[in-house]
Design a protein around this ligand. Structure first.
Ligand code: FMN
Length: 327
């Protein structure tokens, strides 16, 4: 019988399927349902810097009769604590309710915000923190180097405050990802989550206004994280978690072969229900039995760029017929 257990950031997981940060994990009931479905761990819904700023602004508007700056300051602090406290309570409740690891998630866009809050998360009992950083480079003022330095400063700040394992969740849009990944690892990341799938934007051509695109990934989106997990697994000192486009057991196996320690799943669980976790676990088990593997370490990273007998495939970007089979 295949043993699916793994360690992720030093945490023991009974299997490598982690339910990714989303509304599936925004409540105690959701967290319980993920555990019942067989997940190895969960990442709580992110606490968003922007969202708290919005709540604070709303509270400030409601406080407009008070025209004293101290009153605004008080209201601002209270709104901040309310959002934060709600999240800390969710961590505490989730830890008391389930036995799988509970990873808290913070969405950061500035280095100042979360460093003090990180130690409260540790005290609330989270097993690790996932820091979701997404800085939209939509102006001409900042160079890639400046923006990447912000990512590292956020991690350094949090690392100074907590001993907890820190996973850093990033998107795929970096010019020199190996260097960025290495700098995040040096700044204190225990793991990198590759990749976040961002909010999708669309245009309604009749009303000519902006709308949102499709929320969920498709299985075809696995290829970008797969390539980068395979390339980075030998280049960075920290662990890698694969995210985006993993919809079945085969997707999990591919990412483990590329070098991932765990995978995070989200879209497929929205689309097909949490019962899909059990199906994916059976698919992994069956595959391991068929190939004579008893533990994950026997095959993890076997198809990474370092160990693959076709490493040149990972560097190929253009469609040339002899490689792509397309004329
Ligand atoms: C409805 C929804 C809400 C999400 N909320 C968060 C979030 O709060 N924080 C976060 O880091 N990622 C969030 N994500 C991104 C997922 O965690 C995941 O990285 C992404 O969906 C790619 O994985 P998938 O292909 O398995 O869906 C959300 C995704 C969806 C679909």
């Amino acid at each position: 019988m295949a043993d699916l257990s793994v360690t992720y950031m030093g945490l023991p997981l009974k299997n490598p399927i982690v339910v990714g940060s989303s509304s599936l994990t925004k409540s105690l009931d959701g967290v319980r349902r993920c555990e019942d479905a067989g997940a190895g761990a969960i990442v709580l819904k992110s606490l968003f810097e922007e969202q708290i700023e919005g709540e604070i602004r709303q509270a400030e508007r409601e406080a407009s009769p008070y025209e004293h700056p101290e009153a605004f300051d008080y209201v601002r602090q209270t709104a901040l604590h309310l959002s934060e406290d709600k999240y800390l309570r969710l961590i505490e409740d989730a830890k008391a309710a389930v036995s799988i690891p509970v990873i808290a998630s913070l969405n950061c866009v500035s280095p100042e915000w979360w460093t003090t809050y990180a130690s409260k998360i540790a005290k609330a009992g989270a097993d690790a923190i996932e820091v979701n950083i997404a800085i939209m480079p939509s102006d001409l003022k900042h160079s890639a180097k400046e923006i990447e330095a912000i990512y590292a400063r956020i991690i350094e700040g949090i690392r100074r405050r907590v001993q907890l394992p820190i996973a850093v969740k990033i998107g795929p849009y970096f010019t020199a990802l190996p260097q960025t990944a290495r700098s995040l690892s040096s700044a204190g990341a225990t793991a990198l989550v590759l990749f976040n799938r961002f909010y999708q934007l669309d245009i309604d051509i009749e009303k000519m206004h902006l709308t949102h695109g499709y929320h969920f990934s498709s299985p075809h989106e696995i290829h970008v994280p797969l390539r980068w997990i395979a390339i980075l697994s030998a280049l960075v000192g920290c662990e890698l978690a694969a995210s985006t486009g993993i919809h079945d057991g085969a997707g999990v196996i591919k990412q483990l072969l590329a070098g991932a320690r765990v995978v995070q799943v989200c879209s497929v669980l929205y689309q097909e229900g949490l019962g899909r976790v059990g199906g994916m676990l059976s698919e992994i088990s069956d595959w391991m039995d068929r190939h004579g593997f008893t533990v994950m370490d026997e095959f993890r990273g076997r198809m990474s760029m370092e160990l693959s007998d076709q490493p040149e495939f990972y560097e190929r970007l253009q469609y040339i017929r002899i490689f792509s089979g397309v004329d």
